[in-house]
Write a protein that binds this ligand. Structure first.
Ligand code: FES
Length: 215
């Protein structure tokens, strides 16, 4: 059975996104679309894979480091200077600094980190940011697709986070609130801090993580 998570609200109406993160990202999107079509826009949970390291499916915890989850620097610790002001976001996993376990055992742990001008952030968002850097769950609150795009919004000239499955858009300057599309709620926010020159997790996710059935 999947492990329970105190940071994720479990309801009969909601089913979490959680699947094999070893698959290539386009495959994740295709699988999201397929499952959305056949299962009425919901996701199913899965147990952690047998070869997942203990603790790799636990949600981000205070003090965790953050490492690149893809690209040439995959696995490297993320420092503020790695992030370009104004984006695009980088995709990251939390990493337990004591055990060195990367918490990649659950897709619900992947986050998007983007550096913005701190003056653009609302007060709540700024309070969770570190030098204008904000982090959010990479999983859409609609049906659990990975949020992969950084594009001009449908109704704004600013770049926003966008889910390619049904075009929901989230504004990272305002707590990743939904500004377009069918997503029912904002992305979960991951408060950040800077310690010893590296980005760290300041507190667990704020808000629910993962997709839910619409309506
Ligand atoms: S899963 Fe539907 S908009 Fe993201």
């Amino acid at each position: 059975m999947p492990k329970s998570d105190p940071n994720v609200e479990h309801t009969a109406e909601r089913i979490e996104a959680d699947f094999d993160v070893s698959a290539a990202r386009p495959d994740l999107v295709r699988r999201a679309l397929l499952l959305t079509a056949v299962a009425g826009a919901c996701w199913c949970t899965r147990p952690a894979a047998a070869d997942d390291e203990p603790g790799s499916d636990e949600r981000p915890q205070k003090g965790d480091l953050l490492v690149f989850s893809e690209g040439d620097h995959e696995g490297a610790i993320i420092k503020p200077d790695d992030l370009k002001l104004g984006g695009p976001p980088v995709h990251a996993w939390p990493k337990d600094p004591k055990s060195s376990v990367v918490r990649s055992g659950s897709i619900l742990n992947e986050v998007l980190i983007v550096r913005l001008n701190a003056s653009e952030l609302d007060d709540d968002t700024r309070s969770r940011s570190a030098d204008g850097i904000v982090a959010y769950s990479a999983i859409c609150s609609h049906a659990g697709c990975p949020v992969t795009e950084w594009v001009k919004g449908e109704n704004t000239d600013k770049d926003v986070l966008k889910c390619p499955c049904h075009n929901s858009e989230y504004d990272p300057r305002h707590g990743a609130e939904v500004i377009f599309g069918p997503a029912p709620r904002h992305l979960a926010a991951l408060p950040l801090a800077i310690a010893d020159g590296s980005l760290t997790v300041a507190a667990p996710f704020v808000g629910k993580v993962g997709g839910q059935q619409p309506g």
